[in-house]
Design a protein around this ligand. Structure first.
Ligand code: PMP
Length: 365
């Protein structure tokens, strides 16, 4: 049997210390043990998102999509929302907002590129948006958007800015305060390297006071229901709105501890070094990279197969012990694969990935 390496989009390369931290007996959600795990993890959320005391961190059951949908807490009936989409996960924002009584407008990039600040500025024509949403790393292409510049442009036309950092937080520089983002969100299972099951957010505190009772969100994802629980946990008090996935939080806390031991800057550099080695190697083998130079993320690499059959390529790599993800952008479907390099990924995984790709190409020729 070959040892399996999962370089998917998350759960990413796993870690036993993180997983085993979740194996604990009789930890109730009101126990000191759990409250402490939440408190530490909430601080961890703020740190990896570059937030400070002006942001309230949230850890809610669900996944990245739950965290995305929870921003409907800040929308009122009839509000206008601008979706800045660089691919499939940018488009997911549209699918979400279409379910609510708000007006949705969008800007879309061709795959491999990003919507530009100038395109956002061109939306100014008097129209004022309540909220502009964008994706830091677009997982369908591996493009990292220049979020600081996009937010600067968006703030001219929009009251609020929201950043989907599901594929970036923990593996890229994320700077809520410096960017001036009102909400940054992510999920537990990607670059943070915990099991799936949690949506994580940093929300500017003044926003929570602004729309109480008027938001269009449903009951479960109304962040006002979670707010007192998070505030209490930060002060060391247990609280309940809905039952949290306790073991997943214990694992998340361990992931943040390990991230602290490594140092966030080192962690981001580790992701960058793995990404650049993979990109250099696949280009050296004559394959292409979906993201344009300058827009390549630390966490996801889309690899153009230059005519090789995608399914045969993926199976060839699985046979060599490394599983990648298929390419999902509708425009490039079947023509590329995606390599996830997040969480606990290291240079050994990169070497294994490169060897599997090389062996597969040789086997197909
Ligand atoms: N946004 C981005 C950028 C993502 O990559 C993903 C997951 N691939 C999501 C949102 C949705 O997250 P989840 O699958 O955890 O709901």
């Amino acid at each position: 049997m070959v040892r399996r390496i999962l370089m998917h989009m998350g759960p990413s390369v796993g870690n036993y210390r993180v997983m085993l931290a979740g194996v604990a007996e009789n930890v109730g959600f009101a126990t000191d043990e759990f409250v402490l795990a939440m408190k530490e993890s909430l601080h961890g959320v703020l740190e990896v998102m570059g937030g400070d005391d002006s942001y309230l961190p949230f850890i809610i059951p669900g996944s990245g999509t739950a965290a995305m949908e929870s921003v409907t807490t800040f929308l009122r009936r009839g509000d206008r929302v601008l979706v800045v989409s660089n691919g499939l996960f940018g488009d997911r924002w549209m699918r979400i907002f279409e379910r609510y009584p708000v007006e949705v407008d969008s800007l879309k990039a061709t795959p491999g590129l990003t919507v530009t600040p100038e395109e956002i500025a061109s939306k100014s024509g008097g129209a004022k948006y309540r909220m502009t949403v964008m994706t830091h790393v677009e997982t369908s292409t591996g493009v990292r958007a220049p979020v600081a510049e996009l937010i600067e442009a968006a703030r001219q036309i929009s009251e609020l800015t929201v950043v989907d950092g599901v594929a970036s937080v923990g593996g890229e520089n994320v700077e809520a305060v410096r960017w001036g983002a009102d909400v940054v969100l992510t999920a537990s299972q990607k670059a943070i390297g915990a099991p799936p099951g949690l949506g994580l957010l940093a929300v500017r505190r003044n926003l929570l006071a602004g729309v109480k009772g008027e938001g269009v969100s449903g009951y479960f994802l109304d962040l006002h229901n979670w707010q007192p629980v998070m505030e209490g946990m930060l002060e060391g008090r247990g609280g309940y709105f809905a039952t949290p996935p306790i073991s997943t939080v214990l694992s998340l806390r361990e992931a943040f501890r390990m991230s602290g031991e490594e140092g966030l800057e080192n962690r981001i550099e580790r992701h960058r070094a793995v990404a650049s080695r993979i990109a250099d190697s696949v280009e050296g083998m004559g394959l292409g990279i979906v993201a344009s130079p300058g827009l390549r993320s630390n966490t996801v690499t889309g690899v153009m197969l230059n005519g090789l059959d995608m399914n045969a390529f993926l199976s060839g790599c699985i046979g060599r012990g490394v599983e990648f993800a298929s390419g999902v952008h509708p425009v490039l479907k079947g023509k590329y694969i995606r390599i996830g390099h997040m969480g606990w990924v290291n240079q050994n995984d990169a070497a294994a990935a490169i060897a599997a790709i090389r062996g597969t190409i040789e086997g197909m020729n």
